[in-house]
Write a protein that binds this ligand. Structure first.
Ligand SMILES: NC(=O)c1ccc[n+]([C@@H]2O[C@H](COP(=O)([O-])OP(=O)(O)OC[C@H]3O[C@@H](n4cnc5c(N)ncnc54)[C@H](O)[C@@H]3O)[C@@H](O)[C@H]2O)c1
Length: 435
């Protein structure tokens, strides 16, 4: 057995995780819990301090249960890379304002590795960040080559896309199955051995890096396309006077070949509204036009504006202009019960409300610093209309009585998270998305 594989198996291999965010920190904690000495390289000093203090600053359930001080040695000093046998790259892969993929964080992280790599160690570098097919071969490997390192001799390069779903009570960093692709056979074996040692889930070796990269992009594009389909149905069924949620529930009684997806005021987060662009742009370079994916993105991007249009219709019925009306936007995070605002549709909704000169108030219990109001009571007392943009538990418990008490007249349930029948029986005007 190769010496590094032996070190992986007896857990004497040292681990370096670059980027201690939603992906990197739970992974570092998991590896530490499983017995590996784990270093974390993070560029933000505030995060380094919090990690070294054992603080669960991400409000993550897995971290809440398993993270404590001393598990991860965090630092801003890149020299820890020279100590590591395995380096996991967990940095962001965003798009810019024109939806162009921005690989700068990945490039920077790889450059940091090449400046500190000890070729004698034959370190395994694993990119966990979501990337389009081709990034490892076309962007990552050339950076190593430029720095004089030969793949398979001085280091190994693998991709093991992270599938974590923050806030998910069932699936977490340790129990989600993984796929692994590498440049060499040895790289695949070693990387699979490492993940098998830390996970309580199967690890599937893929035939190539490209296949592993494509797997993750396919998964997230699948979600984006299906969500776009139900968002389109939400618009069409509204015109037809059909409740799309009831129909999805009906279709879900079919025990095969149907998987429910739900319409909403928009798709947010660092993955679903971002990753498809990586494939769209890379395929374009190879002469392929991803019409279907582009359309899905367009439909999902249209939902915040559609939500504001629904409110405008309702206010019309009340003979109120949106201009000057006090509107409460409940929720700034992109998903329930987390404080992550990346690509959140709430901000797009706010932009559209601004265009119409509405008086905007915002409240998110997980993002208080970002909120204009500091409590639900405060925001409701100031508002004539409400848009639920995030289905935080606090908002799903709202009753017509609470809203009526505060003289709210209309509510748009952007997440279809309230009991429609009860709201429709009240004095309030209620509309969901597609219902
Ligand atoms: N958040 C998710 O739910 C999720 C799920 C699956 C996959 N992913 C993918 O994982 C990757 C990371 O996402 P995330 O949500 O953890 O991002 P994040 O922003 O929460 O964390 C990334 C961290 O990397 C740090 N960083 C960036 N460049 C660095 C560098 N050169 N050196 C040291 N630190 C650096 C940032 O400061 C940040 O703390 C992305 O590609 C994302 O698409 C995310």
């Amino acid at each position: 057995m190769h010496i590094l594989e032996q070190k992986i198996r007896d857990k004497s291999a040292k681990l370096g995780v670059i980027g201690l965010g939603y992906v990197g920190l739970p992974l570092a904690v998991l590896a530490s819990k499983k017995g590996y000495t784990t270093y974390g390289l993070e560029q933000v000093q505030g995060k380094v301090d919090k990690v070294n203090a054992g603080e669960n600053f991400l409000q993550d359930e897995f971290l809440e249960k398993h993270f404590s001080k001393g598990m991860v040695n965090a630092t801003t000093d890149p020299r820890i890379i020279s100590e590591a046998d395995i380096v996991l790259v967990c940095v962001p892969t965003p798009v810019d304002k024109l939806y162009q993929p921005d690989l700068t964080p990945v490039r920077n992280a790889i450059t940091t590795i090449t400046k500190n790599l000890n070729p004698k160690k034959q370190t395994i570098v694993v990119v966990e960040s979501t990337i389009n097919p081709g990034v490892c071969e076309e962007v990552v490997e050339p950076l190593f080559k430029e720095a004089g390192f030969e793949i398979g001799k001085d280091y190994e390069l693998s991709h093991c896309p992270e599938r974590i779903n923050p806030g998910d009570p069932k699936w977490n960093v340790s129990n989600i199955p993984r796929v692994v692709g590498s440049f060499t056979h040895k790289g695949t074996e070693q990387t699979v051995a490492f993940y098998e040692n830390i996970l309580d889930a199967p690890v599937r070796p893929m035939k190539s890096l490209r296949e592993a990269e494509a797997t993750k992009i396919m998964e997230n594009s699948f979600r984006d396309i299906n969500i776009a389909f139900v968002n389109e149905l939400a618009k069409s069924f509204t015109a037809l006077g059909i409740d799309v949620v009831d129909v999805i529930q009906g279709a879900s009684t079919k025990p095969f070949a149907f998987m429910p997806h739900w319409p909403s005021c928009g798709v947010g987060g660092h993955c679903i509204p971002v990753d498809p662009y990586y494939l769209i742009e890379r395929a374009k370079k190879s002469g392929f036009d991803h019409k279907f994916l582009k359309l899905a993105r367009e439909i999902n991007n249209s939902m915040p504006e559609y939500t504001v249009e629904i409110l405008q219709d309702m206010l019309n019925d009340l003979k109120l202009p949106l201009n000057g009306t006090n509107v409460a936007v409940l929720g700034l995070a992109y998903k329930a019960n987390v404080g992550d605002k990346r690509e959140s549709p709430s901000y797009k909704i706010i932009e559209h409300l601004k265009k119409h000169k509405a008086q905007i108030h915002t409240f998110d219990p997980f993002l208080l610093k970002e909120s204009t109001e500091k409590s639900l009571e405060d925001i409701l007392s100031k508002s004539q209309a409400v848009i639920i943009a995030t289905n935080h538990s606090l908002f799903t418990e709202l009753t017509p009585e609470t809203l009526e008490k505060h003289s709210v007249l209309a509510i748009v349930d952007g997440k279809n998270c309230l009991p429609k029948d009860i709201f429709e029986k009240s004095s309030l005007l209620y509309r969901g998305i597609g219902r």
